[in-house]
Design a protein around this ligand. Structure first.
Ligand SMILES: NC(=O)c1ccc[n+]([C@@H]2O[C@H](COP(=O)([O-])OP(=O)(O)OC[C@H]3O[C@@H](n4cnc5c(N)ncnc54)[C@H](OP(=O)(O)O)[C@@H]3O)[C@@H](O)[C@H]2O)c1
Length: 325
């Protein structure tokens, strides 16, 4: 099969199309003929040699795909050959075939194309587990989502709005701000010109955000404390601006805040399976009904994975970038 290989891993990496062995499904696994693979920012880190795949995972990039099942392993009763599915993978998505554990595999929601389906697993697993499990977000609460125009952010805005939360978000520039409002944000803050702490406090009449999803870190760690409501929950999923910061923790005591940080990729299959079940039950009906719509920024043929990475690196994308196979 054709798959993408990383040539010269490091800051000047190149992505090239190479021949690779078709992987074989083991017990409780399915083999997917990949139609599309979602891009994630972590793929850029991995290609630079900074985010190795978990032990036992494929060295090929790609943490999510959609396609059609062509073979099933032992003990696989949930799916059969011919089913259209999407799946969260520990790696191996930038290829013509990929193996997925059934506990990380979902049927393609009704009315959703395979390109759209490839954009769903990483974003919705991440958003569900961080906001609704770890963050204990409830309907009617106020949520602040940083990086509103990102793949993660565009999913989070829609899901939180669908669950009856008031969504505040940050993004840079008028085009991204406008798109976040279209997706259901009640207020989108252009962080390149406005102070998000002041904007959140003003918009909420001093209540603050009950839950904050952060992927920025650095000075945002302290500023999130200021933007949070009493008993607020803050969840960090990345530290793009920096993981080292000088932080005054006193507001955590005064406001009785919770600060958490998590990653998805290294979790056990059993834990991912529980998230999968919740996503299928809680998110999939909204996709099938059209209340939540996948936000696709651009598609690139598999052979042009390098150009897809360049688009993400440059940073003007809104939503997800997808490779077509
Ligand atoms: N922990 C986990 O399990 C997990 C799972 C999935 C993703 N993630 C992380 O979540 C982040 C989003 O992933 P993605 O694939 O959706 O990436 P993406 O589409 O490339 O989005 C990156 C976002 O980060 C924002 N950003 C970057 N630097 C910033 C800064 N200095 N200040 C404010 N905003 C900044 C960008 O906002 P502007 O464009 O407006 O500047 C953009 O919205 C990535 O860091 C990824 O690694 C973590």
């Amino acid at each position: 099969m054709h798959a993408i290989a990383i040539e010269n891993p490091g800051s000047d990496y190149r992505l090239v199309l190479r021949e690779a062995e078709i992987p074989q499904p083991g017990a409780r696994q399915v083999l997917i003929k990949v139609a599309a693979a979602g891009l994630n920012r972590a793929d850029l880190l991995q290609a630079r040699g900074k985010y190795p795949p978990p032990a036992g995972a494929s060295a090929i990039l790609g943490m999510e795909v959609a396609g059609v099942i062509t073979a099933v392993g032992e003990d696989c009763t949930l799916f059969k050959v011919g089913d259209a599915v999407c799946a969260l993978l520990p790696g191996g998505g930038y290829a013509e075939y990929a193996v997925a554990d059934v506990r990380c595999t979902l049927p393609v929601p009704a009315g959703v194309t395979l390109v759209q389906a490839a954009s769903l697993p990483e974003a919705y697993f991440t958003v569900w587990t961080n906001l609704f499990d770890t963050g204990r977000l409830q309907s009617g609460e106020i949520v602040l989502i940083h990086g509103g125009s990102s793949g993660i952010g565009t999913a989070a805005i829609q899901l939180c709005a669908a669950f009856g939360c008031t969504v505040l978000t940050t993004a840079s520039g008028p085009e991204k701000v406008a798109r976040c409002l279209q997706l259901g944000a009640a207020h989108a803050i252009d962080y390149s010109k406005d102070d998000f702490v002041e904007a959140v406090q003003r918009f909420t009449n001093g209540h603050g955000a009950d839950v904050i999803l952060d992927m920025v870190g650095a000075d945002y760690i302290s500023r999130n404390f200021e933007a949070a409501a009493i008993k607020g929950r803050i969840v960090n999923i990345a530290f793009q601006k920096g993981a080292v910061a000088e932080v005054d923790f006193a507001p955590m005591l005064q406001k009785r805040l919770t600060l958490a940080a998590t990653t998805l990729r290294g979790r056990s299959i059993a834990e991912k399976g529980l998230i999968r079940d919740a996503v299928q039950e809680q998110v999939w009906p909204h996709l099938a009904a059209g209340g939540i719509q996948p936000v696709i920024d651009a598609t690139f043929p598999l052979a042009e994975a390098g150009a897809a990475h360049a688009r993400m690196r440059e940073g003007s994308h809104i939503g997800k970038i997808v490779l077509t196979v």
